[in-house]
Design a protein around this ligand. Structure first.
Ligand SMILES: Nc1ncnc2c1ncn2[C@@H]1O[C@H](COP(=O)(O)OP(=O)(O)OP(=O)(O)O)[C@@H](O)[C@H]1O
Ligand SMILES: [Mg+2]
Length: 264
């Protein structure tokens, strides 16, 4: 089991392109994720969530500001990390197990140890028996579970997840959220989790960072003080409704939601 790594983000900005075609996509934003903490970023489409993840992973050049991992400035793509992208991005010509074992091949890790870890993750993620299936033979939920296994198999200290459950139905999302929470409780990796879902953010996080429309800023930081593991039906906690209300209110104040309360 690896300990989590800490993330520190200061004055982070991203502009794509230059001149007349420049798109100011993000920031400036500041935030921290402590080692072993589960933090969600929630915000409207286009506010810069995926951009934030790519900058933290070292996969896109930073326009201004800085990212530090465990106190060291980020200067190259992170390697001690597992990433789940917005789309599952499995290789269609590899089986489920073949996709997960990519990490072992690319990182030249011990094959037997990685196979054992893969087997454990397949079992914990409800994928037992699916090892030899190709992505097109898996449901959307199973594909997403395979991509989570691929992000975890090399035991990274940090997990970056970009809308990992975005394409899934509500029933599958609830189950996979719970499975991820249990895995996280056992491993305590540092997680930066990106979502559009208020339920998911509150259901999983120690802290939720709420972003404004693009170029996104962090407008509020909400610590979520609910016992774990959290129930399937979050509404069982009266405090849940209070947190959800707070986030809806922020979005409404930002003009992201326009509800016509006084309509007859
Ligand atoms: N490679 C790129 N080149 C130019 N503009 C880009 C690029 N990637 C993203 N953008 C722009 O940057 C802004 C932020 O995009 P980003 O993908 O980070 O948003 P997001 O919050 O992840 O949105 P969504 O919730 O829809 O996934 C958007 O205006 C987008 O059009
Ligand atoms: Mg995105």
């Amino acid at each position: 089991m690896s300990r989590g790594a800490s993330i520190k983000v200061r004055g982070l900005c991203k502009t794509y392109g230059s001149g007349a075609r420049a798109v100011h996509a993000l920031g400036p934003i500041d935030f921290d994720v402590a080692a072993g903490e589960f933090v969600s970023l929630i915000g409207p489409s286009g506010c810069g969530k995926s951009t934030t993840m790519l900058l933290v992973a070292g996969l896109e050049p930073i326009t201004a500001g800085r990212v530090e991992i465990d106190g060291r400035p980020l200067t190259e793509p992170l390697s001690d990390v597992g990433i789940v992208f917005q789309d599952h991005l499995l290789l269609e010509f590899r089986t489920a197990l073949g996709n997960v074992m990519l990490q072992q091949q690319i990182r030249r890790l011990d094959r037997d140890e990685q196979r054992a870890r893969a087997a454990e993750l397949f079992s914990r993620l409800g994928l037992a028996g699916a090892e030899d299936r190709y992505p097109w033979q898996l449901s959307g939920g199973m594909r997403q579970r395979v991509s989570i296994a691929r992000a975890l198999v090399h035991d990274p200290s940090m997990l970056l997840m970009d809308e990992p459950f975005g394409a899934l139905d509500a029933i599958t999302r609830t189950q996979i959220r719970h499975d991820l929470e249990l895995l996280w409780l056992d491993t305590r990796k540092t997680v930066l989790f990106i979502t559009h879902s208020i339920d998911e953010a509150i259901g999983l996080s120690d802290r939720v960072l709420v972003m404004s429309p693009g170029p996104g800023r962090i407008v509020e930081e909400i610590p979520i003080d609910l016992p774990r593991p959290r129930p399937a039906h979050l509404g069982d906690h009266p405090e849940f409704a209070r947190y959800a209300r707070r986030i809806y209110d922020i979005f409404e104040n930002l003009g992201i939601y326009r509800f016509h309360r006084d309509r007859p």
